[in-house]
Design a protein around this ligand. Structure first.
Ligand code: MEV
Length: 432
């Protein structure tokens, strides 16, 4: 059955309708009311549509991130156990060995106007300088403010869309200062699109009228790029090397990173470990994690083959580890100034500009990936994960604090699985 007019109902009406529609006991929805915010609910209601309640995730801080000589406590929002702990561990290790060196390579973002054109490429390309001048002039009133902030339009190029007949794109490069820029870019592009159509109509009156297919920013941001490097003498890796010598550990680490460059199964997981850190910062600062995810993975596949995003440079005495990834982030606009915890995150990070936030998120990605690969080539990851995993299972089974305490002791030397923990609790409860 289709639900009509859901958005028009107030919160109570929506919840009642859900109860009826899903044959839920009314108590089930009590949770929705319990997670409403006592002060800021109106604010959260306005962030999205049909808001019934709020979905909480842990908000934590990984301390001791030394990035280009400045130390940060990095706020992280994640649902995954051990991400914050791994970031903190990586940060602490590298703080003692020179910290994270980061550099923003470029901050250009792209948008595209896709259009049809039935004429030759040569003529179209010849017109580009004139077209650019026309479009920049036509939206001057929109870009003036951004230009004052150091941003604006930086480039325009025309490309044929391969394999789609008579279809082209105007690829526009933007600097968006400290904003992520999605709204600015989309507004500019939508304003330029009809101007582009009129311009082409005028230049090519003999051809079929051009059609604007769409005007939209691109989340592929290979020119909005940040690098993060860590480096230390091989001997300094001793404390991480487990049973291995520091050099054997470094060589194994290097091999693991090479595997991630050349094997897609490993590459995706390797990069996921980077994104564990990056996304947690992106979410904590109110940025768009879907945009970042889409852009990073496309970049990882830019050579036509999906690759790990990190590199090792290893000599007999020195270990260097590098990460390069695109991150289109903002520190003004969007949710950054609306969500109270996003604002707090930026305050905790000493109110960074957008490039600085790119550096911090990259360092978080590096810390998480470095610790993940370190675990994988030594004792494996389950050892570190188990305590949190056990805690999650115990909570899901409604364990009391006393039961938890006994379970933590028992499972120190036992394999943790849902059924094992369930069995343990049942036995304990049975025996009183
Ligand atoms: C788990 O969230 C992330 C890892 O799988 C990353 C990796 O394998 O490098 C541990």
């Amino acid at each position: 059955m289709m639900i009509q007019g859901f958005s028009k109902l107030d919160r109570e009406g929506k919840i009642e309708l859900l109860i009826r529609h899903n044959h839920l006991p009314a108590e089930e929805t009590e949770l929705l009311y319990r997670y409403l915010h006592s002060q800021d609910q109106a604010l959260f209601d306005d962030i999205s549509e049909n808001t019934l309640s709020n979905y909480l995730l842990p908000y934590g801080v990984a301390p001791n991130f030394r990035i280009n000589g400045t130390t940060y406590g990095v706020p992280m929002v994640t649902e995954e156990s051990s991400v914050v702990a791994a970031a903190a561990k990586g940060a602490r290790f590298w703080a003692a060995h020179g910290g994270f060196q980061t550099k923003v390579v470029q901050t250009l973002k792209l948008g595209q106007i896709v259009f049809t054109h039935h004429g030759s490429e040569d003529l179209l390309q010849q017109l580009l300088p004139q077209l650019r001048e026309h479009l920049v002039h036509a939206i001057g009133h929109l870009t003036a403010n951004m230009e004052r902030r150091g941003g604006g339009i930086r480039s325009m190029a025309i490309h044929r869309i391969e394999n789609v007949p008579h279809t082209w794109q105007l690829l526009v490069g933007f600097e968006t200062a400290d904003s992520m820029g999605a709204n600015f870019i989309n507004t500019c592009l939508e304003m330029m699109a009809p101007e582009l159509r009129l311009f082409l109509e005028k230049q090519f009156p003999e051809l079929p009228s051009p059609e604007i297919v769409m005007a939209i920013l691109s989340n592929y941001t290979p020119d909005c790029l940040v690098e993060c490097t860590v480096s230390c003498p091989v001997d300094a890796l001793a404390e991480l090397a487990g049973n291995l010598s520091p050099l054997a550990f470094a060589r194994k680490f290097e091999r693991a990173v090479l595997v991630a460059r050349h094997d897609v199964h490993r590459a995706v997981t390797h990069n996921k470990g980077i994104m564990n850190g990056v996304d947690a910062v992106v979410v904590a600062t109110g940025n768009d994690f879907r945009a970042v995810e889409a852009g990073v993975h496309a970049y990882a596949a830019a050579e036509g083959c999906y690759r790990g995003l990190t590199h090792v440079d290893l000599s007999d005495t020195h270990f260097t580890y590098r990460l390069q990834l695109p991150l289109a982030l903002g520190t003004v606009g969007g949710l950054t100034g609306v969500h109270p915890l996003a604002k707090l995150s930026l305050t905790l990070l000493q109110n960074p500009d957008a490039p600085r936030l790119m550096e911090i998120a990259a360092a978080a990605g590096m810390a998480n990936n470095f610790m993940a690969v370190t675990s994988l080539v030594t004792h494996g990851i389950q050892k570190g994960h188990m305590k949190m995993h056990l805690s999650n299972i115990l909570n899901s089974l409604g364990a009391t604090p006393a039961e938890k305490e006994l379970a933590f002791i028992h499972f120190q030397s036992q394999t943790v699985s849902y059924s094992q923990v369930d069995g343990f609790l049942k036995k304990m409860r049975h025996h009183g």
